[in-house]
Design a protein around this ligand. Sequence first.
Ligand SMILES: [Fe+2]
Length: 278
Amino acid sequence: MDPAPRATPDDRHHRLDPRAGLISLLDRYPREKLGVFTMGEDPVDWKSWRRGSPGDLSGEQLLRAAQEGRIWLNLRHANDYLPEYAALEEEIFAEKRDRAGVRTFKRDLGMLISSANAQVFYHLDVPLVSLWQIRGQKRVWVYPPADPCVGEEQLERIVLKETAEQMAFDPAMDDLADVYDLTPGRMVTWRQNAPHRIVNGPMLNVSLSIEFMTPAALMRANVLYANGVLRKSGRRPRIQTAPHPAALAKIALARAVKASGMSKTFERNLPETFRLKA
Ligand SMILES: [Fe+2]
């Protein structure tokens, strides 16, 4: 039987509800873009990362699912869909340009709303990343982007797929990590392609994940990409760190292969294996 309809809160009440901003964000963000995930408890067991469907839950119900369950909601590219995130993108990247002279592109402001004690397994991302904590606490481990945390061939394979990818994690690598405890108002960033993992504290977490490219970062990604293609054909490439003629040739190859549409992404390939219910 359907529950009795509840009175809608009046505007004044709505403004006083500290959850109102998150509910509104979840209601306005395109539902078909919303990433819904769950995971197990063991930081080594990355195969327990599962993608789900938000079903037809309202923003309020989604927020309650995050408060009461064990899920990770990923609102990628919020700056492409919501004007206030577009304004925030403008502000943040104008400051980078004005103060550091950095040109940026492929900018992605993603809001993360995640449950108490939820985790993101050991992985690395292709672009540059910074993680800004808004609500709750989380611990972030950042590992060097080199052996033994990630090998060159492994890095190339990840860049070939153009996405974050979970990788085998050995807890002994924690000795090599920098560890950050994020609280509201703090942020952390790291070297391009540095592996990292995250564990939430025992409360709802809200964070902003910002990904972007600079010309140098895109150069590195394209060279790794081209190296991955060359290695598959039996050659032995090396990472180029400066714009060298060989690197430029590799970039041309990387663009050609990407344009042919052979790349796929890990998250998109994960089947939906659960559905949220109110
Ligand atoms: Fe990441």
